[in-house]
Design a protein around this ligand. Structure first.
Ligand code: SF4
Length: 157
């Protein structure tokens, strides 16, 4: 279901959190920060949208047919694992999850990119991955576990 940002905030204030977290609207936010920069009341709406997305994934309430939550989940997994994004695993896993037949159609283009050296198949971890894990471990662990099974919701019920 799509709502306007105003309706999202109104629903949130009315305590209709599940309605908010199930909506497509929060996934349409492209993080342009226009609202945050312009808000006369200093409301950081972009950060609110980020938090609503995180909660939607954690509680397993993100729309099942939406692709943005899949991208967010895969992006977080790869960055936590490598300390950086790796485009090939991201696109490959995304296509397999959302459109497996489409993945096969991309093979000719991917082959051309690989031959030209534009598509490395291996992904590298950053040098300070251990330090990064130490910094982000406490922060990312609940999110990642929530991303995989909606486990946080099950644990709380
Ligand atoms: S950052 Fe604000 S203005 Fe930009 S897309 Fe998200 S909600 Fe809309």
């Amino acid at each position: 279901m799509d709502y306007t940002p105003r309706e999202i905030i109104a629903a949130f204030r009315a305590g209709l959190l599940e309605k908010v977290l199930k909506s497509n609207t929060i996934w349409l936010c492209s993080s342009c920060y226009s609202c945050t920069v312009r808000c006369p009341s200093g409301i950081k709406l972009t950060d609110v949208m980020y938090e609503l997305k995180r909660l939607a994934v954690e509680f397993g309430l993100a729309p099942k047919d939406a692709k943005a939550p899949v991208v967010a989940e895969l992006f977080a997994e790869i960055v936590v694992k490598n300390g950086r994004i790796a485009e090939v695993p991201l696109v490959g896993k995304f296509m397999l999850r959302t459109n497996p037949l489409g993945a096969f159609k991309m093979i000719p283009r991917a082959t051309r990119l690989f031959i030209r050296g534009r598509m490395p198949l291996s992904s590298h971890k950053i040098k300070g991955i251990a330090e990064l894990e130490a910094c982000t471990g406490a922060m990312t662990a609940p999110m990642i576990s929530g991303l995989h099974a909606g486990s946080a919701r099950e644990e709380r019920s």
